[in-house]
Structures are given as C-alpha cells and as structure tokens.
Design a protein around this ligand. Structure first.
Ligand SMILES: C[S@@+](CC[C@H](N)C(=O)[O-])C[C@H]1O[C@@H](n2cnc3c(N)ncnc32)[C@H](O)[C@@H]1O
Length: 323
C-alpha cells in the first residue's frame, strides 16, 4: 500500500526551518485544488505544505516532486529516508548525551564533530551527520541553519528545557513520506520542475522572501543566495507553467518588486491573482522586529473562482501607482 495512504494522520514536518509555513497553512489551505495528478514543491524547506497535504489526505494516490537547493537539508532528508534505523540510533545517542551534559554538548557536537565532518566531505551525508543536523536543529537557537563566511554552521544553542530530540516514530513517518515510490525528492534548483509543470500539476512555490527593506535580516539558505534575478526568473517560469495549465500557489513577502511583478498585467492575463495575508514573523533574533506583516499569496484564478482584490490589495495598488 502506498505510504501516501498509510500515514496520513501522523505526518508533520521534521525540521524547524526559517520561513516554514506552518503558521500560514490556514491561509494557504483554501487554495489546494480539488483535482490534480501531481504535486510539485520546488522550495521544500521543512515541507509544511507537503506534510499538511499528506496529513489531510490530499495526496492520496498522487505523485509528488519535491526539491530544495540546500545541500545539507537534502542530504539529511535523503539519509533519513535511505538509512532510517542508523539515523535514529545516532540521534538517540546524541539525545542521551545532551540530557546528561546540556549546552556544553551542543557546542562539542557543533564545533568538534559536525563542522569538521561537513568540511572534510562536502555534500556527503552519512547517518551520523544527518543525526547531528537534526540534533542541532532541535536544540539550536530558533532552529536556524546559518553558515558563517567560512561555511561553518555557527548557530548558538537555544533555550529549551526539555526538547524532543529523538522521536523514532516520527522519524520513521518522515522517512516513509519521502521514500514512497510516488515521491521524487531531490536536490537542485527550482527551474527544472517549474519548466516541466503543466496541466494536471499543482505547484506550491515558497522561495526565499524578497527583503522588505535594505536593512531587513533575511535567511541565506544557500551559498548562491536568492536575488532579484532569481525572483524574476521564478516569476517568468510561474507564468509559463500557468499558461500550460498548472495550478500554482506562491508565497512571498510584500516587497514592492514582488507586488509589481505578480500584480502586473502579464500576471493577471496568465490568470494569477494576488492577495495579502497577515503573517507573524517567527524566526528573527531581534524580538522587536517580530510582529505581524503582510505577506503575498499568489494563486491561479482557477484555484478560487470568485476572487476580487481585497481592500488591502486595492490600497496597495493605489499606493504603488501614486509612488
Ligand atoms: C522560504 S523557504 C521554504 C520553506 C518551506 N515552505 C517550509 O514550510 O519550510 C525557501 C527554501 O528555498 C530553498 N532554496 C533557495 N534557493 C533555491 C533554489 N534556487 N531552488 C530551490 N530551492 C531553493 C531554501 O533552501 C529554502 O529551504
């Protein structure tokens, strides 16, 4: 039996990930199309939407193509998928030592094991490296994955009294959710799956957000970064995929260039509709800059037949015109 039917109730994301969409799910869910054959998620991260669709039975019997460009994230998931028992064994060991030694153990793993091992064999993930990444993600500050200029993971320990580090049942569910024969999970850049998307596909795009200001702190998920040219390339690929018949949902910040692109005549002609949703920013080291901001949701008109611009979008358009 397909795992997409076997574990619908239990699947939930494994990793905390900057920009994870758990909090935005209630805003995104109404746009899941009723009928599609294949689900494509080219910016997988923690896979909040994938796991939500899985848990709510939307993926039963359907294929999925999941992709991310962060080699550590992909290496960790693939190793968990392919060598599940070994990862669980290693993680259980890390958990025992963490409970006994606390913060000092976090820094030992980060500086004396994880970073040297990553540096010695870039991109090659083994069960102990995958277990270390999960351990650091569960016990590090806000679950951030941040590398310094030399490429070393440098996130400080978080303040958790009793973190769940190793939950074997959950790890097995995630491994199975990524290892099902209908699921293609791989590393790479968004261009390939988007260029292949067309009729019968539902694509959810959650790229690194365009920064709202030049001083905004935002996550650099990969060494290549994600700049204005990437946002433009993504936009054109999304428009083409929609023109070929794909259903698309895309989230991004409400940075002016994003609103201008996705509220343009070209976008509207292709059948894209932009709406604004309030969202709480969770991962930010400065408590003062947490709070509610508007984010953008772009959807194909077919996903919601009766869409009219919300007052917020209309106001934003007027503001953009008079600027
Ligand atoms: C906003 S996060 C996605 C969060 C995800 N939706 C979740 O719920 O956790 C953006 C993701 O895009 C990935 N990424 C960055 N550049 C990429 C590229 N060129 N192609 C594919 N993925 C990329 C990052 O590694 C990161 O995981």
């Amino acid at each position: 039996m397909s795992v997409l039917c076997t574990f619908p109730h239990a699947a939930r994301p494994l990793l905390k990930w900057a920009g994870g969409k758990r909090q935005l799910l209630p805003a995104i869910r109404p746009y899941y199309p009723q009928s599609f054959d294949r689900y494509i998620e080219p910016f997988f991260g923690s896979g909040a939407v994938y796991f939500d669709m899985l848990a709510t039975g939307r993926l039963d019997g359907r294929r999925a193509w999941l992709l991310d460009a962060n080699p550590d994230l992909v290496g960790c998931y693939q190793t968990l998928r392919d060598r599940t028992d070994e990862v669980i064994e290693e993680l259980a060991r890390l958990e025992r030592s963490h409970l006994a030694q606390g913060d000092a153990f976090y820094y030992e793993v980060r500086d004396l094991r994880f970073n040297p091992r990553r540096a010695a064999a870039p991109g090659a993930y083994s069960p102990d490296l995958a277990a270390m990444l999960i351990y650091l993600n569960r016990t590090g500050f806000n679950g951030l994955f941040r590398l310094n200029r030399r490429g070393a993971f440098n996130v400080p320990v978080g303040r958790y009294t009793n973190p769940t580090i190793c939950d074997p049942a959950h790890l097995r569910q995630v491994a199975a959710a990524l290892g099902d024969g209908r699921v293609r999970f791989e590393g790479g850049s968004f261009e390939v799956p988007l260029a292949a998307a067309g009729a019968g596909d539902f694509v959810y795009c959650d790229p690194p957000y365009a920064p709202l200001s030049t001083t905004a702190s935002f996550a650099n998920y990969t060494a290549a970064g994600f700049g204005p040219r990437d946002q433009e390339r993504l936009f054109h690929l999304v428009v083409s995929a929609v023109e070929r018949g794909a259903s698309v949902v895309l989230s991004n910040s409400s940075a002016p260039e994003i609103v201008d692109m996705y509220d343009s005549i070209e976008a509207r002609r292709a059948g894209l509709v932009l709406s604004l949703v309030p969202a709480r920013r969770a991962i930010n080291s400065r408590a003062a800059s947490r709070g509610t901001v508007n984010e953008v949701l772009v959807t194909t008109r077919t996903a919601l037949p009766d869409v009219r611009p919300t007052p917020a979008v209309a106001a934003l358009r007027r503001a953009r015109k008079s600027a």
